[in-house]
Design a protein around this ligand. Structure first.
Ligand code: ADP
Ligand code: MG
Length: 332
């Protein structure tokens, strides 16, 4: 199978919304009147972002999911994407499930593949996504990292730390029962981009980012770009590790080999969660709850934005928790 057969067989479908899709020198997109294009690019490299034995169907999903997550964090509606692929060989047994995983997620979000590049080389998947954001009265409705205001509430969607837990299990640093392992692995391999929530937050959130490097690390970007500080309730954050709920339901938390500190670390510094971390005025609490409901995405208030710069971590009793997370990580 040559390069052009491969592109035709696995990556060429009739254009839908795009004016022109795969097959020419450029694809053509026509953004709706009164909108801006939101563009983001993420690359997955074998051995670094995923392991060589990763299921290609799940890899197809994840490669697009991490990109859609950036659109979600921007409040952008997915339109289209390009795929640059380096492959060691043209292997049907890999390409078929990879393209199926990719298109399953693409179709679920109405995001079409409009072009790309294919070369021989070490496995490397680079996707660029294009989304649409309305402009109202000359003002972009995009959610930026720079809009957090002192006094805003701080929220995160979904669950935290489970992808990192799966990574630690695969590294052998921790072991968990099979059902916990399976659920955590699913979070690592097939993250859910919070696109519907991002859209629902457009006129509500003041700032947003998707959690890829870990909650506190990504919060740091909002704080820095908004010129503010924050206080985070670490005990609330620790409850957001989905795996932890398994132990609280089935047995005793102390029966696990994961310590309370480690649950907290997973939530605060885990990474690869692809949840949305966002800020909104206190006056918008009802609107945030409505957006969460409408997008069927759980949202938890974990802290607030402070006028004074710096990050304060508090436990449920209001006691300060040392912020070791820039310099230390229990799993590092
Ligand atoms: P060019 O030489 O102009 O870069 P290519 O021969 O690389 O064109 O690609 C031919 C067409 O196939 C182009 O429209 C390109 O966008 C598309 N294409 C190449 N690789 C992929 C891919 N992996 N997925 C989707 N479209 C692709
Ligand atoms: Mg090319």
């Amino acid at each position: 199978m040559g390069e052009f057969d491969l592109i035709k067989r696995y990556f060429t479908r009739p254009a839908r919304q795009a004016i022109l899709g795969v097959g020419d020198d450029c694809a053509l997109l026509q953004p709706a009147p009164g909108t801006q294009l939101a563009i983001s690019c993420d690359m997955l490299v074998e051995g670094h972002h995923f392991l060589s034995m990763t299921d290609p169907f799940k890899l197809g999903h994840k490669a697009l999911a991490v990109n859609l997550s950036d659109l979600a964090a921007c409040g952008a509606k997915p339109l289209a994407f390009t795929l640059a692929l380096a492959l060691p060989r043209a292997d049907d047994a890999w390409l078929a499930p990879f393209s199926q995983g990719l298109f399953a997620l693409a179709d679920a979000h109405g995001c079409e593949l409009i072009g790309g590049d294919t070369t021989r080389g070490p496995l490397n998947i680079c996707i660029t996504v294009f989304g649409e954001v309305p402009v109202v009265n000359g003002q972009s409705k995009a959610l930026l990292r720079s809009g957090a205001q002192a006094g805003d509430d701080l929220y995160v969607s979904g669950t935290l730390g489970d992808a990192r837990l799966a990574l630690e299990v695969s590294r052998g640093t921790v072991s968990v029962p099979a059902p916990v392992q399976e659920a955590a692995r699913c979070r690592m391999e097939q993250p859910t981009p919070r696109v519907a929530l991002g859209l629902a937050l457009r006129s509500i959130a003041t700032a947003a980012i998707d959690v890829s490097d870990g909650l506190l690390g990504d919060l740091g970007h909002i704080l820095q770009q908004s010129g503010v500080g924050a206080t985070v309730n670490t005990d609330i954050a620790a409850t957001l590790v989905a795996a932890r709920a398994y132990y609280t339901k089935t047995s005793n938390l102390s029966a696990t080999e994961i310590s309370p500190d480690q649950w907290r670390d997973l939530a605060l510094a885990g990474g690869d969660d692809y949840e949305l971390l966002f800020t909104a005025p206190v006056s918008k609490r009802k609107a945030v709850a409505t957006a969460a409901l409408a997008s069927q995405t759980p949202v938890t208030r974990i802290g607030q934005i402070d006028l004074e710069r710096g990050l304060h971590l508090l436990d449920a009793q209001g006691q300060a928790v040392p912020n070791i997370y820039t310099s230390f990580d229990h799993f590092a």
